[in-house]
Design a protein around this ligand. Structure first.
Ligand code: NAP
Length: 307
């Protein structure tokens, strides 16, 4: 029987723990964690992401601030916004919503952040700390995967882990975190030859690719743990029926909302083979916001000398 790894439940537990700890710290006279998001332009998807992070932060008892800059804001204006947030003692975490408009250099912006406030874990100093196995701030999505595995009592030590995808946000930092936990790690990417031959070796297979249903049964060793990071919106009935034949629950969902969300793994065909698998939605996605809150609380405690 395949175990479904319930990321949504783990995320709820983490968010509750964060909120309770904030309550305890504030009752002892500490300052609530402060999170700021910088949003350049008015991309609707970015506005939704920033809005949902803001609501989650406020629910956890954080102070939240969104700094909105116009789409034509200059690099100098963005730099001075970052400098101001770096100096603001009430702010412990700063998120720069990506992607930025093409003329702005994301690396220069991320590296301008105070690394102790870099709750997305993308500053070069934090990337280095991860690979040195030193305390720092690390990206929320891979941290969420590590937390989900740990809370599901899946011990990765000695496991053969294969990650498909080498992004700075997911694949690479996850490789570093799994190595710290003594997994044997392989990273695949778009130029890896014979992907299925590599992924079939995996005890733990993580798909962080951005390709709808790329991972099929031919990629999976029976009994493997499969983690699906991908997020895809499907807006046509034929694709829903092709990916989830006879799945009346998903079809009803599609008819109600006009779309469903699924991942990089062909869930319908892979789930029966896997030992454990994360669903989409309700798997890795909710953990990202939860770990962002957890990172901000950690940054706040460090900055207030409370760790
Ligand atoms: P990304 O930056 O686009 O990276 C995708 C990676 O997949 C690249 O390394 C790419 O290889 C590799 N790739 C592409 N096609 C491939 C193929 N056919 N075979 C093997 N590897 C292939 O994406 P990302 O930011 O890591 O995101 C990946 C997915 O996760 C997206 O669907 C995204 O929406 C989702 N995501 C979800 C969360 C969450 O909270 N659940 C968070 C972040 C991202 P190259 O390097 O060679 O190009």
């Amino acid at each position: 029987m395949t175990r479904i790894l319930d990321g949504a439940a783990v995320a709820r537990a983490i968010r509750l723990e964060v909120a309770e700890e904030v309550g305890r710290l504030v009752a002892r006279g500490a300052r609530p964690p402060g999170l700021a998001a910088v949003l350049v332009g008015s991309d609707p998807a970015s506005q939704i992401y920033v809005g949902s992070k803001a609501r989650a932060a406020e629910t956890a008892g954080f102070v939240h601030r969104t700094v909105e800059l116009p789409a034509d804001a200059s690099q100098a204006r963005l730099d001075s916004t970052i400098d101001e947030l770096n100096q603001d003692d009430s702010i412990d975490g700063v998120l720069v919503q990506l992607p930025l408009p093409a003329r702005l250099a994301p690396r220069a912006v991320l590296d301008r952040l105070d690394p102790t406030k870099d709750v997305d874990g993308l500053h070069a100093v934090n990337v280095g700390r991860l690979w040195l196995a030193e305390p720092g701030l690390f990206p929320a999505t891979p941290m969420g995967i590590i937390e989900l595995l740990a809370r599901s009592e899946i011990d990765v030590e000695g496991m053969r882990a294969v990650i498909v995808g080498r992004s700075h946000l997911v694949g690479k930092p996850l490789a570093g975190l799994l190595l710290q936990q003594h997994a044997t790690v392989t990273i695949c990417h778009s130029r890896s030859g014979d992907l299925a031959a590599i992924t079939r070796e995996a005890d733990l297979l993580v798909a962080a690719v951005g390709r709808l249903a790329l991972i099929g049964p031919e990629h999976v060793r029976p009994g493997a743990v499969v983690v699906d990071v991908g997020i895809h919106r499907i807006e046509d009935a034929a694709t829903v029926e092709r990916l989830f034949p006879g799945d009346s629950r998903r079809r009803a969902d599609f008819e109600r909302k006009g779309r469903i969300v699924t991942g990089d793994v062909d869930f319908h065909r892979v789930a029966p083979l896997a030992g454990a698998i994360t669903p989409v939605p309700g798997g890795v996605g909710p953990l990202t916001v939860a770990m962002l809150l957890s990172n901000t609380l950690l940054a706040s405690k460090r900055r207030q000398g409370l760790e």
